[in-house]
Ligand binder design. Structure first.
Ligand code: G3I
Length: 398
């Protein structure tokens, strides 16, 4: 196991060096006569930022202006062992559930901001910022709302009023304290061609203008927050790239009719499916060329495992594929300066959403079920250390 892990790390490190320096491998770089930059690289290789070293992901990412984040569950804040990782490694936090409508307004007019406040305060205490998630989504809506809508209690206009109120209430509470907000989440179809889903709960019940209106209200509610449209398979993951095109078209319409700052690429990968890192990078570049910022918002890479308690991959090749796919996503993000943050959807397999949602799968995070860093964590360390020598500085996020 140890040997195998070492070889993964060596392969990951060499690959990172090749991509980020334009050379062929880290080993080759150390054999080539030293130039000043190569000497700096060699010293980074030898220093604490190399696999096994102690440099945190956030300190390494900071060198190129990238914020590196994680979704946090309440226990990530309240449990000392989790909190040490959350605060030590990451500097942008997304509440996994605590800002969703069903959580903040469980009964109509009765609010519970406990989890959201905790996360915002925690970020402040640890020199981190917050990605608010998410204001308008078809899932995790309060039961009072979905029941009333199903019973025909509201007209489309009344439902839009409720959404407007929700956006102003939640964004107003945290005005000036949230770096990026996911305003609308997962409105596009998984078809080719793709487009706004006519069967989406919001489109059906509030009408097709709901997305534009949500972005208009969000910009009014907190003009300082960066506003994102967030989705999965919108950057090279779906084979046809149809969802990227639909996402770009939606963003273009929002640029004309409302206000949008960026695209969130969720990045939920699975080792059993192919995907194209080159396409992801090209798509990020295309979003950037439209004047948009980009955030990788929910990265994880799942695979088949023995059981949900231990989450040991059943295919030994997965131990290579999992960190490799993580690395390729990170490199695509690092290549484009408009990509300002990279967030993983939970940092430990212990509380990952994957085993509960994908039968027989797990091992999706950077840390295992016992909070030990996995090969993917070390690969991130290496790639971020090397990024300081080749990746462009991020554009400013306001
Ligand atoms: O709060 C209840 C609790 O009272 C109850 O005892 C428990 C029993 O199962 O369930 C708890 O609710 C769960 C909730 O997470 C909070 O832990 C829900 O069952 C569970 O379905 C819910 O899952 C969340 C999922 O969104 C729902 O769609 C995951 O934690 C969360 O990580 C996940 O996040 C989404 C992003 O928001 C959007 N993109 C996809 C991503 C993964 O699904």
């Amino acid at each position: 196991m140890t040997m195998r892990r070492r070889s993964v790390l060596a392969a990951g490190a060499a690959g990172a060096a090749a991509v980020l320096t334009g050379g062929t491998s880290a080993a080759a770089a150390t054999r080539t006569p030293a130039t000043p930059d190569r000497r700096r690289l060699a010293s980074a290789v030898a220093g604490s930022a190399w696999p096994g070293g102690s440099a945190s992901l956030r300190s390494l990412a900071d060198k190129v202006g990238l914020r590196i984040g994680s979704a946090l569950y309440p226990e990530d804040i309240s449990t000392a062992s989790h909190s040490a990782i959350a605060s030590g490694q990451f500097d942008v936090y997304t509440p996994a559930n605590e800002m969703k409508w069903e959580v903040v307004e469980p009964e109509q007019g009765t609010f519970d901001w406990t989890g959201a406040d905790n996360l915002v305060n925690y970020a402040k205490a640890h020199g981190a910022v917050v990605r608010g998630h998410c204001l308008c989504w078809h899932s995790q809506l309060p039961a009072w709302l979905t029941t009333d809508v199903a019973n025909g209690k509201y007209t489309q206009a009344q439902l839009l009023d409720l959404l407007e109120q929700h956006i102003f209430t939640e964004m107003g509470r945290y005005r000036g304290k949230i770096w990026q907000w996911d305003v609308c989440n997962e409105f596009l179809t998984d078809t080719s061609p793709s487009g706004v889903d006519p069967n989406n709960w919001w489109i059906v019940n509030a009408g097709p203008e709901v997305i534009t209106k949500a972005f208009q209200w969000a910009h009014e509610a907190d003009p300082f927050a960066l506003l994102f449209y967030n989705d999965y398979n919108n950057a090279g993951e779906d084979g046809t790239n149809a969802k990227f095109r639909a996402c770009a078209a939606l963003a273009e319409s929002l640029q004309k009719n409302a206000h949008i700052d960026g695209i969130g690429i969720q990045g939920h990968l699975d080792t059993q499916y192919g995907w194209s890192p080159e396409q992801m990078r090209e798509d990020i570049e295309s979003y950037a060329a439209m004047g948009l910022k980009v955030a990788v918002t929910e990265a994880d890479v799942r695979t088949f495992v023995n059981n949900s308690a231990d989450q040991v991959p059943t295919d030994s090749l997965a131990q290579f594929a999992q960190p490799f796919e993580y690395q390729e996503m990170l490199k695509a993000a690092l290549a484009v300066p408009e990509c300002i943050s990279f967030t993983v959807w939970g940092f430990t397999d212990e509380n990952s959403w994957v085993p509960g949602s994908f039968k027989g799968e797990g091992y999706a995070c950077l840390y295992d079920v016992n909070l030990r860093p996995k090969a993917a964590y070390s690969a991130f360390q290496s790639d971020l250390a090397l990024a300081a020598f080749g990746a462009p500085q991020r554009v400013a996020g306001r």
